[in-house]
Design a protein around this ligand. Structure first.
Ligand code: AMP
Ligand code: ZN
Length: 136
């Protein structure tokens, strides 16, 4: 299923050009036009799902398998020192394109993108309460 006016539907289905690293029946992998680091790419399903919540579980699993394959290939080819997988859901989480995508971000000793965070101080009681909320 495609969604009208969705840029990643158009890319995934070949309606607008992109630099493709991989393609199969379900996914394309394209180079990000505004890369965080050298080689930053995106796994994009050909069908339209706005985010992880909407993805069928099987397809989400396939996306992770493909991420592993691409991470191994890209780390080797680009001589990267590490790798981040990033996947944003919702505006508050930094999502700007509302068609599921998984960022493949090779990392290098000398790079400087900001993908980490400052740990908050939290008590054991607070952690227990959050745990109970999630599990109830
Ligand atoms: P997010 O903020 O997680 O929604 O990520 C959207 C990503 O899509 C950003 O890293 C953009 O640089 C990238 N992007 C947006 N438009 C294009 C495009 N036409 N081709 C390749 N990457 C794109
Ligand atoms: Zn779409």
């Amino acid at each position: 299923m495609k969604k009208d006016n969705c840029i990643f539907c158009k890319i995934a289905n070949g309606d607008i050009p992109s630099r493709k690293l991989y393609e199969d029946d379900n996914f394309v992998v394209i180079m990000d036009l505004g890369p965080a680091t050298k080689g930053h790419s995106l796994i994009i399903p050909k069908d339209h799902y706005a985010n992880l919540y909407e993805m069928p579980a099987d397809l989400a699993g396939e996306a992770m398998k493909l991420a592993q394959k691409m991470a191994i290939k890209m780390t080797d080819a680009l001589k990267a020192d590490g790798f981040n997988l990033v996947q944003n859901n919702g505006e508050v989480a930094g999502q700007t394109v509302f068609h599921f995508h998984l960022h493949l971000i090779p990392r290098y000793k000398e790079d400087a993108p900001c993908i980490t965070w400052t740990p908050q101080t939290v008590s054991g009681d607070e952690l227990d309460a959050i745990k109970d909320t999630i599990l109830k």
